[in-house]
Design a binder for this molecule. Sequence first.
Ligand code: DOR
Ligand code: ZN
Length: 394
Amino acid sequence: MPGYDVAVVFLSGRLAMCIKESSSNRSHSSTEESPAGGVGATPGVPVSVTITRPDDWHLHLRDGALLDGVIGGVARQFARAIVMPNLVPPVVSTALALDYRRRIHGAMRRADVDQTAFTPLMTLYLTDDTTADEIARARDSGLVYGVKLYPAGATTNSAAGVTNLMAHCVGALGAMQRLGMPLLVHGEVTDADIDVFDREAVFIERVMVPLRHRFPALKIVLEHVTTREGVDYVRDAPGPIAATITAHHLLYNRNALFRGGLRPHWYCLPILKRETHRQALLAAATGDSGRFFLGTDSAPHLKGAKERDCGCAGCYTSPHALALYATAFESAGRLDRLEAFACRNGPAFYGLPVNGGTLTLTRTACRVPPEMAVEGGSIVPLAAGESLPWSVAA
Ligand code: DOR
Ligand code: ZN
């Protein structure tokens, strides 16, 4: 993978005989390392990593044929996922969320995924008209775990999103604060006069700060944080706030969008940022704060919807998600932090148990296919045709 120009640095993929680390008493993860100085070894680089079964705290599963096409790859790695509600039409009520949940279970059946192997955690799509009663119904269902704020016009299928949060959503937000229902935020302003690379930082100033001043006990996840400003804010703010981080924002800076030509499969929203922001995200994901956790924002679109004039935003990463994250964590020399990020911090924030079971990654090359067939077309995954240094063991 020609990674240097986009800041992915791969170590040598050579394997050597390995020794098992003594089991750690501070983490359930374990690594197998190449012995320092061994013939063909890459000293200090583990040849396998075993973590508790992880969760994806931000995922687009889509519907219909796309859902059928992607569900197997998700369930192979993740025990649970927060499922985004930006369908057409959007999932604006508990009744629609429960219908969608049934369709996900149907897709699991068709893909031979055991019904207990994967749990979709449903969300509602916040609109100007969402009522406090709807929030109470969502909470009472026991199956809705968050409410997603899309500023109207911010991204894919956000036309029905919120036009003015404080003008229209105070009733719903109050109910969410009272009932402990998290608000999941797409943190970008949509004003045409704000530079696309500044939209997150401006959102924090203009929307997040006043929102948290008014609702200091509201649980908030700043989804797919992409900037140093976002990381600093989430790390240091008082009260219940956290952020998800995608694999693509950890691995790539904005140069990836233009590597040898225009690269639509690296186009997502929030858009990839400068290298200084990528460095801040990597430090946050691999650092001490428990406020950062895994959310792929894997967002599949058919190939033709990406490779055209006015192509859709979204990177399809779910089939190789753990390999991508492991690559990023290895680049920071912090594979030991992958388990907290992927398996522990998210459940702690949502008040859910940590999963049972484990997932093992081995440091063997995994080739990302050029495209993946689904009924009616194909999806091009991120890093298509390239080789990743990590694979999920069968
Ligand atoms: O790149 C993105 N794609 N960002 C989003 O916020 C939405 C997503 C999608 O649904 O395609
Ligand atoms: Zn998303």
